[in-house]
Structures are given as structure tokens and as C-alpha cells.
Write a protein that binds this ligand. Structure first.
Ligand SMILES: Cc1ncc(COP(=O)(O)O)c(C=O)c1O
Length: 416
């Protein structure tokens, strides 16, 4: 069994062992068919019901169903009053739209380096990034681990900053026993294919603040002041977008929501098997769940400690060799991000809307990637996985994946 699959040995995870996501059952079929058989396919009855049910699930007062998590993020940034030339703080390592949602509001992202252990924005570095132009923080709970929201909210309130939580990966993750999306001024969730709640594409904007809700609703639907369920005058009172969801997607989202709590429990259980089976593997840094945090293990992300493995070249080169071997074992691991956010071309070029906008509207910001060494170290050494953690995969799959990872790390000498 120790002969690596990449060298012709037997795969640790046989083909077909890992089940696809999301599981579909008769409840999904009933919801989706009922949507098809009624006549309001735009903002229909499932949209309104999905908003109510998701708000109740997450303990929020208000929710607006959107066609993506990015739409909900943009609505949040703009509804919090961020506009031309304002600065908004965000982590240096995330999905691109955690930061481009700030550009969409014509505001300027200011990056903060990450904490290596949690992979989230380093809260101790936030205050140094605040200037008189700072208006808000996009607080990303990455990979399903919440930020320390006690510390972050204290800083935000001391400096009169709004907080938009990016919960696109963190459905059901908790801090101090409270679900993410309930700490800041508003929050965004994604229901894209691979997310903990999948409706194909889609998202949800949540808030407890009625003024922010109303502003977000205006951005969501053509700049109108009335929602599609009210009688509309089709008048653009302000600049708006078309971020509404449709009835079929909302129906699918509603049916999946009935099982979301179970799904998250399955992810946590599968992660605990991986953590147990991979404990002590030389050169492997496993994800952590600090006290007070409830991880949802959206993405089980580990790092390769190339020094411990005696590797002298660039860490990403060792990672490439290890990734190929892990994939050959059938483990379904992947590299999530090849670039830290400030290194992405849109930020390096500083020209989102032309004529240097929005940077030409504000003060200078420095996107030199060398200012974010922790994010870079993480980016060069990480790999993660999502589907093997998702229901209906269970202990059998988690053990086989762990076996594949252990096998590759124990035989890393055969790769180099
Ligand atoms: C952290 C984070 N923020 C935002 C998004 C954007 O969500 P969506 O793809 O639904 O627009 C994603 C999706 O991949 C994400 O992972």
C-alpha cells in the first residue's frame, strides 16, 4: 500500500468513493416542482419564504435573497455608506470579490495581512491600517472559521467604522456560541455550487438594521424604493443594480436549508476524523479551531511545512509535487488561491473604472505584495478540500482521504 499511486501503486481513495455535492432527495424535487407549477418565476413566493426562513435560521431580523454572494456583499458595502474614494479594510487573502465588492461601490480596498494560524485577517493589524478616510471593514470568516468578533467589533466601534461580514463560506460558523452574520451591521452569504448551502448560484443579504435594509433593497432592484412584492412605480431613485433572485433557485435553496444544520454537523464530524487520523504527520500543518470558535470546515485547509521536510527550493514547487501525488491517490484536494489579493492585476493596475478610478478619488494606498508576507507564506504552502467533507460523505471517506494524505507525506522522499 505504501507505493504511491503516482508511481503505479493502489489509490488510497477508490474511484466513486467520494460522493458528489449536494445530496438531492424528494424534498428538493417537491420544492422545485411546486415552484415550476406556479406562475410567478421571478421574485415569486419561494423568494419571500426563503428570506424569512434563512433569517430565522441565522437569527437575523431581515434578509434579502440575491443572485450571488458578491451581489449581497456589494449591497452591504454601499448600504453602509461607502462611496467614492472611501477606504474599506479587507483581508489580503480571500476570494477576489471580498475585495472587488468594495470597488463596485467606487471605494478603495485597503488590505490587512492575515494571521497564519487562523488564515483570517490579523485583527491586531487593523488599527495600523485605519486612516481618516476609512469607512468600514469587510470581515471575511474564511474557510468557515469566524474572526475574533469581540476584538474586531470593539475596534470598529471605537473608530466609528461599519462592518460588513463576508459569510460566503461560513454558514453556521460561530463565535462565542453566536452565528456569524449577527455581529456586524450586515452580512452576505453565498449559495453557489460548492457552498455549505447550494442552490446552484445565489446569495442572501442579512441585517438587523432597517435603514441599511432599505438602502440595500434599493441597490438590489434597479434603484427602486419599493420591493418587487410591493406595488412598484418602476422609477430609479438612485443608482441600482439587478441583484434579485428567482423563484426556482429560491425553492432549491429552501429545500436545502431544511438540512443545513445536518450538513454542517457532517462537515464537523468528517473534519474531526481527518484531524484525528492526520495528527502528527511530519510536514503537515492542520487547521485549527481556537477556543470560543465553532468551525464549519467549509474548506479543510492545511499547510505544507517545507522546512520540516528538508526542502530548500521555493515552497510552492514542493506543493506542486505533493498535490500531484495527492490527486493521484484520489483525495480530491486542491490549491484554492494562487495569488494574494493585492497581487491581483486589478489592484496592481489600480484602474477598475478607467481614469484611475476609484484610486484617483482618494488618498494613496500601497499594494506592494511584500507588505503581506504572512498571506504570501500561506498562499505558497496551502492546499485544501471541500467535497470529501460534505454530506453524504462520512467516516469511511474521511479515513480514506486521511490515508492518502498520510501515505504521500510519509513517502515524500519518493517525489523529490
Ligand atoms: C469568501 C468569499 N466571498 C465571496 C464569494 C462570492 O460568492 P458568489 O460566488 O456567490 O458571488 C465567495 C465565493 O466563492 C467566497 O468564497
Amino acid at each position: 500500500m505504501s507505493k504511491l499511486a503516482i508511481h503505479g501503486g493502489k489509490k488510497a481513495v477508490p474511484d466513486g468513493c467520494i460522493k458528489t455535492w449536494p445530496p438531492i432527495n424528494d424534498v428538493d424535487r417537491q420544492y422545485v416542482m411546486a415552484s415550476l407549477e406556479q406562475s410567478n418565476h421571478a421574485y415569486g413566493p419561494n423568494c419571500a419564504a426563503f428570506e424569512k426562513e434563512f433569517a430565522a435560521w441565522n437569527s437575523n431580523q431581515f434578509a434579502i435573497t440575491t443572485n450571488s454572494g458578491t451581489a449581497a456583499l456589494h449591497m452591504g458595502v454601499a448600504a453602509c455608506g461607502c462611496g467614492a474614494g472611501d477606504e474599506v479594510l479587507v483581508t489580503a487573502y480571500s476570494w477576489s470579490s471580498s475585495a472587488t465588492c468594495i470597488l463596485h461601490a467606487n471605494a478603495i480596498p485597503v488590505f490587512v495581512d492575515i494571521d497564519f494560524d487562523t488564515m483570517n485577517m490579523d485583527v491586531s493589524k487593523i488599527e495600523a491600517a485605519i486612516t481618516p478616510r476609512t469607512k468600514a471593514i469587510v470581515a471575511v470568516h474564511l474557510h468557515g472559521l469566524a474572526l475574533d468578533m469581540d476584538r474586531l467589533m470593539r475596534i470598529a466601534r471605537n473608530h466609528n467604522l461599519k462592518v460588513i461580514e463576508d459569510c460566503c463560506q461560513s454558514h453556521g460558523a460561530t463565535f462565542n456560541g453566536k452565528k456569524v452574520g449577527t455581529f456586524g451591521d450586515c452580512a452576505a452569504f453565498s449559495f453557489n455550487q460548492n457552498k455549505c448551502l447550494c442552490s446552484g448560484e445565489g446569495g442572501m443579504f442579512v441585517t438587523n438594521d432597517e435603514e441599511i435594509l432599505n438602502k440595500a433593497r434599493m441597490i438590489w432592484s434597479f434603484g427602486e424604493t419599493r420591493s418587487p412584492s410591493e406595488s412598484r412605480d418602476y422609477h430609479a431613485y438612485a443608482l441600482g443594480w439587478m441583484y434579485r433572485n428567482n423563484d426556482l433557485t429560491a425553492a432549491f435553496g429552501r429545500s436545502q436549508l431544511t438540512r443545513l444544520t445536518e450538513y454542517i454537523a457532517a462537515q464537523r464530524s468528517n473534519a474531526s476524523v481527518l484531524l484525528r487520523e492526520l495528527n502528527g504527520v511530519k510536514g503537515l500543518i492542520l487547521p485549527t479551531e481556537p477556543p470560543k470558535h465553532g468551525h464549519n470546515y467549509y474548506n479543510f485547509t492545511s499547510r505544507i511545512d517545507s522546512e520540516v521536510l528538508g526542502w530548500k527550493d521555493h515552497p510552492a514547487k514542493l506543493r506542486e509535487l505533493i498535490m500531484k501525488a495527492l490527486q493521484a491517490e484520489g483525495t480530491q484536494v486542491g490549491v484554492w488561491q494562487q495569488f494574494i489579493l493585492p497581487a491581483m492585476t486589478v489592484f496592481q493596475a489600480k484602474n477598475a473604472f478607467g481614469k484611475g478610478s476609484p484610486w484617483s478619488l482618494g488618498g494613496p494606498v500601497d499594494y506592494n505584495p511584500a507588505r503581506f508576507p504572512v498571506a504570501q507564506k500561506h498562499t505558497d504552502s496551502h492546499f485544501g478540500m471541500t467535497t470529501p467533507l460534505r454530506a453524504p460523505n462520512g467516516e469511511e471517506q474521511a479515513k480514506r482521504v486521511a490515508e492518502g494524505i498520510r501515505k504521500v507525506f510519509e513517502n515524500v522522499g519518493d517525489l523529490v
